[in-house]
Design a binder for this molecule. Structure first.
Ligand code: SF4
Length: 243
């Protein structure tokens, strides 16, 4: 992978932001996953114990791909904050997925795969865990059913279901699913980093489209001024196209 290597810096910053918090880690086992309902399931407000990332509270969701095994080279679930059984009321929430993918022959293939993997979340349906995602705001809200809590739902098993779905894509070598529920977490910083990762992928798309190198008139300029390597990548792409 070439262009998507620019996401490695974002992954490191996400880890630094979470570093002050206590965490629990579970290695993934295909046998230890929460059952899927197989389709979008409606959990009514009256059936829900609480909502993660409810309206008025912080809610962050994104995924980042990397080829670096040091950043995402293990299948595991991480939790920063209380687990589902300990939560008693609506709470702030973040779910961040870090994926180690195989290396790609071209940036186009890497970009296409990154976009494809972003959509996997719409195909994961943990029973009694109703996910509502907004591509526009980047928020993810989850209604957790009282019945699921009685049956023993946990972030370990819900994350396990995400990993099982992600691992169905042959480009994915490993997946780390991070859940954050600690009220003390810096959700604003996590949200800003998630936004930055989306913008990098978006800028990569512009660059791959053969856009002229005209930074002064480009809407991506603030991002490219900040993220080391963007301008070099654009120059390199144009040089290859002209050769
Ligand atoms: S390098 Fe310049 S032209 Fe290319 S995407 Fe970034 S700001 Fe735009």
């Amino acid at each position: 992978m070439q262009g998507l290597e620019l996401l490695d810096g974002v992954i490191r910053e996400l880890e630094q932001t979470l570093a002050p918090l206590q965490k629990q880690i579970w290695q993934w086992s295909p046998q230890n996953v929460w059952p899927s309902s197989g389709e979008n399931e409606l959990v009514m407000r009256s059936e829900a114990a609480y909502e993660l990332g409810a309206a008025g509270l912080s809610s962050v969701c994104c995924s980042c791909v990397t080829a670096d095994a040091a950043l995402a080279g293990e299948d595991r679930v991480e939790l920063y904050g209380p687990d589902l059984a300990q939560i008693t009321q609506d709470t702030p929430y973040a779910r961040i997925t870090l994926l180690q993918t195989r290396t790609f022959d071209s940036d186009d293939e890497a970009y296409r795969t990154a976009k494809e993997l972003e959509l996997v979340k719409y195909g994961v349906f943990p029973r009694g865990f109703m996910i509502r995602s907004s591509a526009v705001s980047g928020r993810e809200q989850v209604r957790v059913a009282k019945s699921a809590l009685r049956q023993g739902i946990s972030f370990e098993t819900v994350g396990g279901l995400f990993i099982r779905k992600l691992r169905e894509n042959p480009a994915v070598l490993h997946a780390r699913v991070l859940f954050v529920t600690d009220p003390a977490a810096d959700y604003a910083a996590l949200g800003a980093l998630c936004k930055k990762s989306e913008q990098i992928v978006q800028a990569l798309n512009h660059i791959l489209d053969g856009l002229d190198l005209d930074c002064a008139h480009c809407e991506m300029k603030p991002l490219c001024d900040e993220v080391e390597g963007m301008k070099e990548l654009h120059r390199k792409k144009l040089k290859i196209a002209k050769s």
